[in-house]
Every structure is written in structure tokens, then in C-alpha cells.
Design a protein. Structure first.
Length: 149
């Protein structure tokens, strides 16, 4: 039995909507993966830089153990830079989390909007006799329900 033009367009619209939603979800997953990768690289680089700074503290101490001022400056620099990197990493993580949640909300709202639109369209096509009955709502006029009352 050949499909009617209306059924074909409805099926096409549904298929296109599903494909768009899937593409949006896959793009969201890709963006989250990219963010995680970028954050992991930042984290690794932060630890690498911290190791270099503490190695410099060790070098200064080995080179001249009596240079308390130089060692103190190196330790202060290493601690201050570590705190700075920690704050920067925290900010990066927080911004990535906020962006990810924002994108997720947008996609969820689009999906719910599409679903609501499909339900409204389907409701408009329901025959009138099915829309107007009140079966199951306590004020039914079905004989078996009326006999129970």
C-alpha cells in the first residue's frame, strides 16, 4: 500500500527532527570531550610547571645551602605560582562546567519543544468523538459506569 503524501511528509519531518536531535547530542558530547581534553592538558602542564619550580628550589639549596634569602624567594615564588595555577585551573573547570550545562539545557529545551509540538499536532488530528468523551473522569455516560453509581 503506497504511503500518502501527508504520511510521507510527516515521516520525513519526524526523521529529520530525530536526526537533528541526535546531531545536537553528538555535538554536545564532542564539545564536552574537547573541554575535558583541554582541561586535562592544562592540569598536566600545571603540574609540570610546578615540578620545574620546585626543582629550581632544590637546585638553589644544593648550590648554596647558606643562601637562605635566595632559597626563601624560590620557595615563595613556587608556592605563589602554584596557588595562581590552582585558581586558574579552578576557574577553567568552573567555566567549562557552566558552558556544558548551558549547552545541555539548550538541547533539552529544543527536544522538549519538539516533543510538545508533535503532541499538539497529534492532538489536533484526533477525531472529535475521541476528544470530546470524558471516559474515566468520573462523569462518564457509559452504561456500565452509570449502573455502578
Amino acid at each position: 500500500m503506497p504511503a500518502t503524501p501527508e504520511a510521507t511528509t510527516t515521516a520525513d519531518r519526524l526523521s529529520n527532527a530525530l536526526l537533528e536531535r541526535q546531531a545536537s547530542v553528538f555535538d554536545l558530547i564532542r564539545a564536552n570531550t574537547d573541554r575535558n581534553h583541554r582541561f586535562t592538558r592544562s592540569l598536566i602542564e600545571s603540574y609540570r610547571q610546578g615540578n620545574r619550580e620546585w626543582l629550581e628550589v632544590g637546585r638553589r639549596w644544593v648550590k648554596n645551602p647558606a643562601d637562605v634569602t635566595g632559597i626563601y624567594e624560590a620557595v615563595s615564588d613556587a608556592i605563589g605560582n602554584a596557588q595562581q595555577r590552582t585558581i586558574a585551573l579552578s576557574r577553567e573547570w568552573f567555566e567549562d562546567t557552566v558552558e556544558s550545562q548551558r549547552e545541555s539545557r539548550v538541547i533539552l529545551r529544543q527536544g522538549l519543544g519538539d516533543a510538545r509540538e508533535a503532541v499538539e499536532r497529534a492532538g489536533a488530528r484526533v477525531p472529535q468523538f475521541l476528544r470530546s468523551n470524558n471516559w474515566g473522569r468520573g462523569n462518564s455516560t457509559r452504561p456500565e459506569v452509570a449502573a455502578e453509581k
